[in-house]
Design a protein around this ligand. Sequence first.
Ligand SMILES: Cc1ncc(COP(=O)(O)O)c(C=O)c1O
Length: 366
Amino acid sequence: MSAVQPPFLKPRPEVEGLQAYSAPLEGRRGLLRLDFNENTTGPSPKVLEALRAIPSDHLAIYPEYDGQRAAVLANLGLPLQPDQVGLFNGVDAAIHAIFHAYGDRGETLLTTAPTFGYYTPCAQMQGMAIHAIPYEGATFAFPLEAICDALNDTPRLLLICNPNNPTGTRLAPQRILELAAAAPQTLVVVDELYEAFTGDSVLPLADFSALPNLLVLRSLAKTAGLAGLRIGFAIGHAAVVDRVSRVTGPYDINSFAVTAAFAALRDQAYVDGYVAEVIEARAWLAEQLRSAGVRHHVEGGNYLLLWPRRDPAAVAQALRTAGILVRSMAGKPLIDGSLRVSIGTLEQMQRFWEAFQAVEAIPPTL
Ligand SMILES: Cc1ncc(COP(=O)(O)O)c(C=O)c1O
C-alpha cells in the first residue's frame, strides 16, 4: 500500500497514478537463481582481479569514463565513433532516459506483449499511451504486419526486445531496419540484452546516418555477469545518444562498474565460453522437456517457458524449497500459467530438471 500524499505536495499526476516496477529480488542468495536470466556462474576472473586492484584513492574521486566508449566499440568490432555510444547505469537506466528524452505526454509507445516489464512504467511516467500488440499463435511469432500498420499512426517510440523476454521470439535484423526506414519519425529502440544467445544483432548492418531513428541497447549484465554492478550501453546516431545522455547525471555509473566493464570487454573469450555452455544446456533441457511431454517454448535468450501440470505457484514454491528459483509468469498476457526458467550451466540445468521431475511427479528418464 502506498503512503498518503501530503495535501500541498503534489507530484505529477502521472507519478501519482504510477505503480512502481517491482521485482522479487530479495532473499535470493545461496539459491540456484533461475529467475532473472542472470549469468549463473559470475564474471571472468580477470574482472575480479581488476576490481581487487582498484587503489583506495579511486574510491574517493568521481568516476572517469575515458576510453570506455571506444572499448565498447572495439569489443563489438564496430567502425563507429565513441560519441555514438552512451553509457548508462544498466540498460534500465538507458530505457528510462530514452523515455525522458523522447516520450512526451499524449504520445504513444508502440511495443509487443508480453515483453520486458520496465517499458510500461517508463511510458506511464511520461504520460504516454501504450499500444502493445500481442505475439502471434502457439509459437509467439513477432506480429510484424500489425506493427507495420501501427507505425502509420506515428508512435513516438517503438520498443522491440530481440530476442524477446520472456517469449524468446526472434526478429530478423533486416526486418528491424525496414521498420525503422518506414517510420523516420519514430525512435525504434532495439533491446538486444539477450542477443548473444541468438546472434541476431542489428548492429553489424545498421547505418545510423541513414537511420538516425534506430537505437540499440546492450548490456554486460546477462552475459559477462555484471548485473550487480549496473552498466549498459545505447548505440546509435551521435545526436540521439547525446539527447538521451542529457537526461542522466554526470556520474551515474560508478567506478567499480567502469573498471569491471573494461576488464569484461577485454575478455570476450570468457563470455563466449559462458554463452556456448548456456546454449548447450538450453538444448539439453529442451530435449528433456520434449521427451517427457512437458509443454514448453524455447527460442532465443538464456531462458525458456514451461507450463507445469500442477498449479504453477505451488510448483515455483516447491522448487524454492528445493533451493531453486524460477519466475512465475502469472498475469502476463498469452503466457499466464507458465514459469520462466533461466538457463545456466549443464550441471545447473540437470539439478533443475531433477527437482522439477520430483515436484511434478515425472518418472525419471533412464
Ligand atoms: C529485456 C531486458 N532489457 C533490459 C533489462 C535490464 O538490464 P540491465 O541489468 O542492464 O539494467 C533486462 C533485465 O532483466 C531485460 O530482460
